[in-house]
Design a protein around this ligand. Structure first.
Ligand SMILES: Cc1cc2nc3c(=O)[nH]c(=O)nc-3n(C[C@H](O)[C@H](O)[C@H](O)COP(=O)(O)O)c2cc1C
Length: 143
């Protein structure tokens, strides 16, 4: 079945942020393998950016759960579209904590990229996943 990537951003509810991330990652480890979902979660203390990869039906189910999760708000879908391969095939949900404020710029950058490529089928190396994977690898290397 067709593979898609879905990217959104949201703001963490302050009461719960760091403990919440641990719980979210536990749920992701448990659930994503069963639903063949892979991806990356970025968090800078205020903002989340998450990319999810999977078949449309499983993405719909998970995204509707995530959309009604009270640990975050102001959720904004940045992009959803077809991909020919996964950028995070080895991860149920990769996670990286980013410097504060960095994700505001990244979310804006992704929104512009989505507008520029509206309706296009992206080459594998130009997918949102490939771009975020490159950034993720750079962040790991810098640790
Ligand atoms: C920013 C954010 C990202 C999340 N990502 C995932 C995810 O990748 N997989 C997942 O199963 N739940 C994720 N969740 C949690 C879901 O909203 C939901 O709480 C969880 O899937 C329920 O799991 P359970 O039915 O096993 O208790 C996320 C929640 C937030 C706030």
């Amino acid at each position: 079945m067709a593979l898609q990537e879905l990217i959104y951003t949201s703001l963490a509810n302050p009461a719960s942020s760091h403990a919440a991330v641990q719980d979210i990652l536990k749920s992701s480890q448990r659930n994503n393998v069963a639903h063949e979902i892979t991806g990356l979660l970025l968090f800078d203390g205020d903002r989340y950016i998450q990319i999810l990869e999977g078949v449309p039906q499983n993405l719909d189910l998970l995204f509707s759960k995530i959309s009604s999760d009270s640990r975050h708000h102001s959720l904004e879908l940045l992009h959803r579209g077809p991909v020919t391969s996964r950028a995070f095939s080895d991860w149920r949900m990769a996670y990286e904590e980013m410097p504060k404020g960095l994700l505001d710029d990244l979310a804006e950058n992704m929104a512009v990229y989505a507008m520029e490529n509206e309706g296009e089928i992206l080459d594998p190396e130009d997918s949102f996943g490939a771009r975020l994977n490159g950034m993720f690898m750079d962040a790991i290397a810098a640790e």
